[in-house]
Design a protein around this ligand. Structure first.
Ligand code: GLV
Length: 329
C-alpha cells in the first residue's frame, strides 16, 4: 500500500472533509476544546508531514520541532500567521483558501456598511429593550445616513475588494474610489472606479473599507493622521485584520466625533477584551470575526484546505501562498 503521509489536524473539520483526508493521509485530529495549546502542538508535531491550522504562528520555533514537516494548510485566505521567511528557509510549503469566500466576505462588508449607517444593531437593541414608544423618543433621533448614491473608498482592491465593488456600484449606485499597491485598469473599467492616493480617498469617501491583507508593511496601516483626513460623516469598515489599524487611534477618532461610526469584524486582540471602549459605542457595529462564516463557505474552505494539503504533499494542485511559490516551481 502506498505511503500515507501523517497529518495533524488542529481544528474541527466536517466529516466528509475528514473522509477525504483519510483516503489520502494518516490523520490525527485534535479533539480538545478550542484550538490546540501551543505546547501540545510543539510536543506532537515531530512525527507529522502535514498540518492543518487556522491560526497560531507557523514560525522557526514550530519548524524546529517538526523535522518531517513538508506542508501547512490554513483554513483561511489570510495567512499572516505564516512566517514565510522561516517557512521558505525550512522548505515548508504553505497553502491558503482564496476565491471560495470572496462573495461571502463581500456580503458581510455590505452588512457592516448598512448596519452602521442605518443603525441596525443599535436600534435593534432599543426595540428589544422596549424603548419604541410613541412620543418617548423623537423619531429623527433614529435617523441614519444613506448608503446608496454615496462614495465608497476601498483600500486593497483584491478579489474581495472587487466583490464589494460589484455590490456597491451595481446594487447601490455608489461612486467607487480605490487605493491599491498596483492599479487595476480592468476594475476601473468594469466599475467606473477611480484610482486615487490614500489621502485623497480618505478625504472623499463616505465609507472607507479596509481590505488589505496583514503583512509586516501593513501593520497599523491606518493611523491617527488618516482618521484626521476623513469626513465627520464617514464610516470606517474593517473586515481584514485588526492589526491593520491603530485601534487606539480609531477609538479616539470615534470618541472625538472625527468620524461618524465604524463597522468592525476584526480587532487588535481577538477575542476582543470585554473592556475595549469600542464595545461601549452605539455608533460601532462589532462582530466576532465572522466574515466568511456561512455554513456553505466554511465547508468549501475546509474542503479546499484539505485538497491543498493533499496537493502540497503529493505534488498536485494547491493554492500555495505567493511568498512560498518558489518551493513548488
Ligand atoms: O479571516 C478570515 C480569513 O482570512 O479567511
Amino acid at each position: 500500500m502506498a505511503h500515507k503521509p501523517k497529518v495533524m489536524i488542529t481544528r474541527k473539520l466536517p466529516d466528509s472533509v475528514l473522509d477525504y483526508l483519510n483516503e489520502h493521509c494518516d490523520c490525527t485530529v485534535w479533539e480538545g476544546q478550542g484550538s490546540i495549546p501551543r505546547e501540545e502542538l510543539l510536543s506532537v508535531i515531530k512525527d507529522y508531514e502535514g498540518l492543518i491550522v487556522s491560526a497560531g504562528p507557523v514560525n522557526a520555533e514550530l519548524i524546529a520541532h517538526a523535522p518531517r514537516l513538508k506542508a501547512v494548510s490554513t483554513v483561511s485566505v489570510g495567512y499572516n500567521h505564516f512566517h514565510t521567511q522561516d517557512m521558505l528557509a525550512g522548505g515548508i510549503i504553505g497553502t491558503h483558501t482564496p476565491y471560495v469566500l470572496d462573495d461571502t466576505v463581500a456580503d458581510l462588508v455590505m452588512a457592516l456598511m448598512l448596519s452602521s449607517s442605518r443603525r441596525v444593531a443599535e436600534l435593534d437593541r432599543l426595540v428589544k429593550q422596549g424603548k419604541w414608544q410613541r412620543g418617548a423618543i423623537k423619531e429623527d433621533q433614529w435617523f441614519g445616513l444613506d448608503v446608496h448614491h454615496t462614495t465608497l473608498g476601498i483600500i486593497g482592491m483584491g478579489r474581495i475588494g472587487e466583490a464589494i465593488a460589484k455590490r456597491a456600484v451595481h446594487g447601490f449606485d455608489m461612486e467607487l474610489l480605490y487605493y491599491n499597491r498596483s492599479r487595476k485598469p480592468e476594475t476601473e473599467e468594469k466599475f467606473g472606479a477611480s484610482y486615487c492616493a490614500l489621502e485623497d480617498l480618505l478625504r472623499r469617501s463616505d465609507f472607507v473599507v479596509l481590505m488589505t491583507p496583514l503583512t509586516p508593511e501593513t501593520v497599523h496601516y491606518i493611523r491617527k493622521e488618516h482618521f484626521e483626513l476623513m469626513k465627520p460623516s464617514a464610516f470606517f469598515i474593517n473586515a481584514s485584520r485588526g492589526q491593520t489599524v491603530d485601534e487606539q487611534a480609531l477609538i479616539e477618532a470615534l470618541q472625538s466625533g472625527q468620524i461618524r461610526g465604524a463597522g468592525l469584524d476584526v480587532f487588535d486582540t481577538e477575542p476582543v477584551s470585554p473592556d475595549n471602549p469600542l464595545l461601549k459605542m452605539d455608533n460601532v457595529v462589532t462582530l466576532p470575526h465572522i466574515g466568511s462564516a456561512t455554513s456553505r463557505t466554511r465547508y468549501d474552505m475546509a474542503m479546499l484546505a484539505a485538497q491543498n494539503l493533499v496537493g502540497a504533499l503529493t505534488g498536485g494542485k494547491a493554492y500555495v501562498v505567493p511568498e512560498l511559490q518558489a518551493l513548488v516551481k
